[in-house]
Design a protein. Sequence first.
Length: 438
Amino acid sequence: MRSIRAAAVGAVTMSLALAATACGGGSSTGGGSDDSPKTLTYWASNQGASIEVDKKVLQPELDKFQKQTGIKVKLEVVPWSDLLNRILTATTSGQGPDVLNIGNTWSASLQATGALLPWDAKNFARIGGKDRFVDSALGSTGAAGKDPAAVPLYSMAYALYYNKKILADAGVAKPPATWDELVADGKKISAKGKSVLGAEGGNVSENIHHVFVFAKQHGADFFTSDGKPDFTNDDIVAAVKQYVDLMAKDKVIPTGDAEYAQNQSVSDFAKGKQAMLLWQSASSNLKSQGMSDSDYGIAPVPVQSGTPGTGTQVNSMVAGINLAVFKNTKNLDGATKFVKFMTGDDEQKILNTAYSSIPPVKTAQEDAAFNTPANSVLKNTLGTSAAALPQVASESQFETTVGTAVKNLFADAAAGRAITTDSVKAELEKAQQQMPAA
């Protein structure tokens, strides 16, 4: 498990170097050209159960766009394990796609490279205006006070998915609302021979998403108000320890999940191997793996006590995918048309239905398809109890360094090594040392 540390550190080093280049592959004028008006390249992130599923979802829509505009879109679905490094490489080489998906948490970091088209008032006007998008989605499009680096495409929130039969067989009448309840319920579920809660301990992004929420619930932030990393304060250490202790001490996360990094926990849940799953908008993924909607329920992610809300009651990060355009595109007009097409009401309904996500476009979000009981949990979370990850230039390094620290701690837990306050703090100190100077 420790062999991955070097690769992660290499990714961070690369991130730092690229951020330092500032202008990346974009032009200093802030605009591309229309030298290739009949073609576009599009890097899509892997949203479905597999890359092939994504191609089946997206290709008919790209064909529709071509029929409407005469512009052919060359699609590549990029796995999450490769996406950030592919994008960072493109920002310096200038050899990127015309349009691409970015995880919304990366917006400020990629904005700092200068390689992405800024979405100023003029550009937003070309796709129908900024006020079409919900505020929570716009909050994860770049640093405050700057024109967004991208446009919201899919909105997501974490929820607790639970297998109704497993809980009932264990005598658990309702899904846990607090972490103490989850641990207590876990003992009953384990006694029946089932795993309790799935996790992706080898996935740095998943790790960050969860420890960010735990930090909020402990009243802590990973960065100070002036944007400096503060990974080793006592509340952050306690938050990270509480998450890893779900495996190390509470025994609700199986030790085998320390190596999971490619949605294996989702598959375990779909196959009835485990009782609960913390995931972003998982319904379409579960359906594609043969799990019936009637087999599971969806509840808010647990909090320390009480009910979800703001401040220490936050129970999700504002998850989602943004759509960005490289400034040096050779089809600026076509790229803008493509963004308008993908964020149009009709496409928003089609795509967000396919991925069980929530449209970030207000009018599409009001459609009846997004007001089912399952979606109401996600919408309510996004509207009332989700918080955006830090919109700072070093956010991608933060994800990599702290996500890797948590990965290392899960590896220790799986190997039976003690997870102490000191061992957690030591990993976080290493992570902080790898961050760029403020």
